[in-house]
Ligand binder design. Sequence first.
Ligand code: GAF
Length: 393
Amino acid sequence: MSGAAERATKAFVAEHEVEPDSVWSAPGRVNLIGEHTDYNDGYVFPFALPHRTAVAVRRRDDGLLSLATHGSDDTLQRAGTFRIDDLEAGEPSGWASYPAGAAWALRESGISLPGADLVISGEVPTGAGLSSSAALECATALALLDAAGRALDGPNAPDVMDVARWTRRAENEFVGAPTGLLDQTASLRCERAHALFFDVRSGETEQIPFDAAGSGLEVLVVDTRANHSHSESGYGDRRKGCEQAAELLGLSALRDISAAELDDALRRLPEESRPLVRHVVTENDRVLETLRRLRRDELAEVGELLTASHTSLRDDYRVSCAELDVAVEAALESGASGARMTGGGFGGSAIALVSTELRPRTEQAVTEAFERHGFASPRLFTAVPSTGAARDR
Ligand code: GAF
C-alpha cells in the first residue's frame, strides 16, 4: 500500500470510526515532451511520478457525499457533506471542487452513485505543474466507481479511457479549467518503468520502456514554486488561438499540419497566429522523434529535443516564466543534456535530463541561480517512472 493510502486509511478510521471499504490512489506526472499538443489532437509523452493521491471510501446509501482531506500537518480539513443529485458546477470551490467535480461528472455520464464518505491524502505537490488535480480527480473517480459496483478491477469495470474523459470533464466543466486529456490519461494509464506515448486523436497508447538509471541518466524535476493555475486566462487564450488558426485553415485541429506543410500553413495565417501554430506543429514532430529515439534505446539523444521544446514554449507559445527559464539555463550550463519546462507553464516545474554523476552539480547550479535571482528555493527530486492509478486495498 502506498504511503498516501496508509495515511488516508488512518485518517478515515479516525474520522468515521470504521474501516473504509477500499482505498484507491493515482499519481501525478511529468510530461517528458509534447506540451500544449493534447487539445490540438496531437501527441504527448508523460510518465507517472511516485507521488500519489489516495482516496479512502466507504459506501453510503443516502445519496450523500462527504469530503475531507488529511493534510501534511496531520490535521483533517472537512469540506462538508453534499447531495450528489444537487451538485452543480463551481460549488464547492477550492480543493473540494476536484472530488465533487468527479462525482458530478460520473453522475452526468449516467453512473448511478449510491453516496460515499471519502477521506483524501495527497502527496503530489500542488500548483507545481505535476498534475495534482488529475491525481485527485482520478483517485476519487475510481473510489466512487468502486462504491457504485463498477470497480476498475472488477467484472463491471468501465473503459479506462472513459474514466479519463469523465475526469477531464470534471476539470473542464465543474472546476472551470479548459485543459486537455494529457493529465488524466497519464494518471490512469502510466506504468512503472515506462513512459506513455499517447496519440490523443486516435486514443492509441504505447508503453515505452524508460530506464534512465540503466543509461546512467536521471530526470531531475525542478519545482520552481512559482505559482501556476490553468483556470486563469493564459492557458485558455492559447487554446482559443489554436482553435481559431485551425478553423482559418479549414482543419479540425492543428494536428492535421505535418512538419513538411508548416511553412505553407504559416503563409496562410495572420501574423499573430503563426508562433502558436509553429510551436504545436514542431512539438508534435519532436514527440515523434523522441519516440523513435527511445524505441532505439537512445535516451541520451533525447536531450536536445527537450531543450528545443523549451525554446519553442518560451519564444513561440510564450508560456514559460523567469523561474522556468533560469532553471533550464542553469541546468544546461551545468552540463545537463537537455531541459525544459513541463506541464502547462506560467510557473510550475522544469525537468532536466542529467547524468547520475552530474546530478549533484546540476542541483547546486539551479539552487545557486535561484538564490542569485532572488527566487524562492526550488524543490528538487529525481523522477522515477512509477505505477498508474490502482486499488491500494
Ligand atoms: C496542463 C493541462 F492540464 C494538460 O491538458 C496539457 O494541456 C498541459 O497543461 C500542457 O501540455 O497540464
